[in-house]
Design a protein around this ligand. Sequence first.
Ligand code: HEC
Ligand code: HEC
Length: 444
Amino acid sequence: MSGWVVRAAWGRVAGLGLVAGLGLVACSDPSPGGTASSGDDGSGSPASSGGEPGTTGEAGTTTADPDSSSGAPMDGYPPEVLEVLDLPWPPDEYDPPLPAHFLTPAVQALDNTPPGNPITDAGATLGRVLFYERALSRNETIACATCHPQATGFADPAELSEGFDGGLTGRNSMGLVNARFYATGRFFWDERAATLEDQVLQPIQNEVEMGMTLDEVVARLEARAYYPFLFEQAFGDPGIDADRISRALAQFVRSITSYRAPYDEGLAAVGGDPLVDFPTFTEQENLGKQVFFGVGNCASCHLGQQGDPLPPGTPPPNAAIFMLVAPANNGIDVSLVGEDNGVGDQVGDPALNGLFKSPSLRNVDLTAPYMHDGRFETLAHVIQHYDNGVLPHPNLDARLEDESGQPQRLNMQTVDKQALQVFLSTLTDAAMIEDPRFSDPFRG
Ligand code: HEC
Ligand code: HEC
């Protein structure tokens, strides 16, 4: 996928400690677009409407600009940028080498980066600025980050989020971590966006969320002195259009990767097999990990990989992402037709009613409340649900049913439930939460 090269073999890191910093290869082609034929989305090309799924970012529909990350020499930000923005020079690295458990073929296969929009440092830097840009909302009160704050895993601590005019969103805001590793590339709880490039333009135009048209946003950004330089760095010329806004925001969101949690450290210490006890874990954390992969059966969904299920005891080839590969029904409701039918409403097929995508469980300790409507306030509530609260929805996923097709009743011991919760906190990635690359670049 788009310049990803798997050069790190599992064996190379077996038995070693932390792998980040071992000099594993950078994950992206050093000059994205450099070999693409006449990449050009200069001001003459039509801007994406953003309203139609798949108009941007799909394979072959856009190409990276040749100058996007290599080429023209740069010697620092001009004063009109530095007056407003606190940005490092040279730009931060947004596609750094990832540890070995992200470089397995199974995980690489999940990457939804389109060939036409690889992460570049200048593109993601522009995306970072846009993510914190309040001018994207009608009354300039809110930015993407308002509903997706870094401190809480880019999820809103409120059950429903408040839009620019005080209106509430229909669902709980989603954590954005590791969004890059979702193979279908579809976004939102009901997967109504076909690509991330398509998704990122939707909140801007949503009447409750930001309430703008794309033309208005382009005009506003053109009027701000700091943007032409940032667009030029990212795309080769200072032209601003909706397609470039979409590509920069998508690059930034894809760059938000969590790979430095205690879980990652433990996994590296055992050479990548999550079923083995981690020497860096407490006894309770190791017990919780056993529950997650064992009786709790959480891994069968939340560490999804494509293809056939593996025989029990086989180390999962994806031990990194903590996301489903497709929406599912997890039995939080009982009736076939409810207030919010998720994918079923979206696709117009009741056989898919009650199926929802789930965000990654990475940083889940920080992303409360939980589920598409934010109904569970704590992880203890979530665990209680899976332990003995799963409801017999007609579309309940088979992985949550017992042998006779009834909703599972795990009836776990309290020690196991507590351990599972403690294990989930080992997915909290302080380095990501505090990473300046993802923080608000606006001064004062
Ligand atoms: C007013 C609050 C609000 C604002 C502003 C907002 N979002 Fe969201 N975001 C949400 C909610 C709520 C959802 C889930 C909506 C749904 O699925 O129906 C969501 C979902 C998403 C998703 C889908 C994640 C996934 O895994 O499928 C992405 C990506 C995202 N937002 C990025 C952004 C970006 C980029 C911006 C700024 C352009 C933004 N959001 C602005 C509230 C907001
Ligand atoms: C059948 C697949 C499946 C299994 C098995 C499963 N889940 Fe889930 N999980 C889901 C789906 C689907 C959602 C999103 C449902 C919704 O919001 O409507 C979800 C949501 C969650 C959430 C909320 C995420 C968020 O950001 O709001 C947590 C936490 C969670 N699951 C933990 C677990 C744990 C712990 C286990 C094991 C005890 C588990 N899950 C087992 C499918 C599954």
